[in-house]
Design a protein around this ligand. Structure first.
Ligand code: SF4
Length: 473
């Protein structure tokens, strides 16, 4: 089959990152992530005999009209469209335009967390033929084979569609990919790797998927919708081979280890770190972790293996809010994790969310004071977003907290939750103030520059990101 895997642009030219549960503007961190899901999917489909084109329009700066012109030339049989909640209206618009232009000959398949939850509504759009539910790679492969052979679509696990009588069909749930080494290493020659650069020094970087799945049940998190709750990981040997390939074939030495929570299995992390050192790989990377998963041995090991920044989901500086969102961590664990990471020589990023149910001005103030007391290098304050698939979404619907059903507003710099004790507008205002206070502090600005800028071109790259960041704030 002639297959196109598409990341459509936004009609308003806002650049959005769409990678699993990460759905945010480029301005949030000043970078676009290399699209590991669509490249892995494309490699798998190509390795199985399909002709594959990948178009990451936001990254390449391709406009809607340019995208449509190139699709007219490709004339794909199937278009797999990468989606997210805040972009879904534009993703659907792209699907409509492709259908119309290609005389309804292209089969449109949506994937991502949003269609995994919202498929009954999306399938009523007459431009959507299938939605993939959950982990997309092997479902995309099986679906392409079934379409090609005209075999029974009911046998393709993990899809939803409307049958000939417009009745919703949801096939058997797809089992998670237990042996992740069965997935091919992403072939980055599908895309221009020059489009994916770090914000502080403008160097190229790539995502490397190390593990998937998280067993926790935080009320605001939709990660399980995509990757389930069973932790799975690739073998150390495969990850090392992929890192070597990326260094040798693409000259890229900066990486983001991509996982719901990288440090879930200490033994695996220590083995990987030793293997990176033993392979003589001179690389720099970043990762994330729950605060309760780290200890001095692990922090020292990741630092020695090239990690320079670790991100922790701090979420709140108020223990009762942490309990209410089911994060299952304590304020002491957060303090301890930040302290041992700093002692190991790592820069530390804190992800903080305000505007959860029960939040008050006082609990937000607790969070601000707590965050200030930590030796963090970077902080990102977000508004709590009730993404479909989360407990927070169900609670928001049941309690009538939602201020809008416009999915474009479901972005972390916008609150869509009105509570009796605090309104969405005030949550947004406080978040903006917190961001400005943090990033306009002269001490922080000087520390960031000293720690991350080593040459004039880095400074230029850094300064060029500031307008987008301020717009996002
Ligand atoms: S620990 Fe992290 S990945 Fe797991 S459910 Fe909570 S927020 Fe999501």
């Amino acid at each position: 089959m002639n297959i196109l895997i598409l990341n459509p642009p936004q009609r308003d030219n806002i650049i959005m990152v769409k990678e699993g549960r990460c759905m945010q503007r480029k301005g949030a961190w000043g970078y676009i992530m290399s699209p590991i899901t669509i490249v892995t999917m494309g490699t798998l489909l190509r390795n199985n005999g399909h002709i594959v084109t990948i178009k990451d329009c936001p990254a390449s700066g391709t406009s809607f009209s340019e995208m449509l012109a190139s699709i007219a030339l490709i004339a794909p049989d199937i278009v797999y469209i990468n989606t997210s909640t805040p972009t879904i209206d534009d993703d659907i618009y792209a699907a409509k335009c492709i259908k119309k232009q290609n005389n309804h000959s292209a089969i449109i398949v949506l994937f991502g967390i949003h269609p995994s939850c919202q498929y009954p509504t999306l399938l009523t759009e007459n431009c959507v033929d299938f939605c993939i539910i959950g982990e997309p790679e092997y479902t995309a492969l099986d679906l392409a084979a079934s379409i090609k052979l005209k075999s029974n679509l009911n046998s393709v696990a993990g899809i939803a569609f409307l049958d000939n009588s417009e009745k919703l069909v949801v096939t058997t749930a797809r089992e998670p990919i237990i042996n992740m080494d069965n997935l091919p290493m992403p072939d980055w020659s599908f895309i221009d790797t020059g489009n994916y650069r770090l914000p502080l020094n403008n160097e190229k970087f790539l995502l490397v998927n190390t593990n998937r799945g998280c067993p926790y049940r935080c009320t605001f998190c939709n990660a399980y919708v995509y990757y389930g709750r069973t932790p799975r990981r690739r073998s150390v040997a495969t990850i090392i081979q992929e890192l070597k390939n990326n260094v040798e074939l693409f000259g890229i030495t900066n990486f983001m280890f991509w996982a719901e929570e990288f440090i879930l299995d200490k033994k695996f992390v220590l083995e990987l770190c030793h293997a990176i050192i033993n392979a003589g790989l001179s690389i720099k990377w970043v990762c994330n972790s729950r605060v309760d998963a780290v200890d001095p041995e692990t922090m020292t090991a990741i630092r020695r293996a090239g990690c320079w920044n670790i991100a922790f989901g701090i979420e709140s500086g108020n223990q009762s809010i942490l309990n209410m969102i089911n994060k299952k961590i304590t304020l002491d664990q957060i303090r301890h994790a930040v302290s041992i990471a700093k002692n190991a020589g790592l820069q530390v990023t804190g992800h903080v969310i305000i505007g959860f149910p029960n939040e008050t001005r006082e609990t937000i103030s607790n969070t601000e004071q707590f965050v200030k007391s930590l030796a963090l290098d970077f902080v990102q304050y977000y508004c709590a977003i009730p993404y479909p698939g989360t407990q927070l979404y169900t609670d928001a619907i049941n309690n009538n907290w939602l201020t809008t059903t416009d999915w474009r507003q479901f972005e972390h710099n916008i609150s869509v939750l009105n509570y009796p004790q605090i309104k969405a507008k005030e949550i947004m205002k406080i978040r903006r103030q917190l961001m400005l206070k943090w990033y306009l502090s002269p001490k922080k600005v000087i520390n960031t520059l000293i720690n991350n800028i080593s040459q004039p071109s880095d400074l230029f790259a850094f300064i060029s990101k500031i307008p987008g960041f301020l717009r996002w704030i």
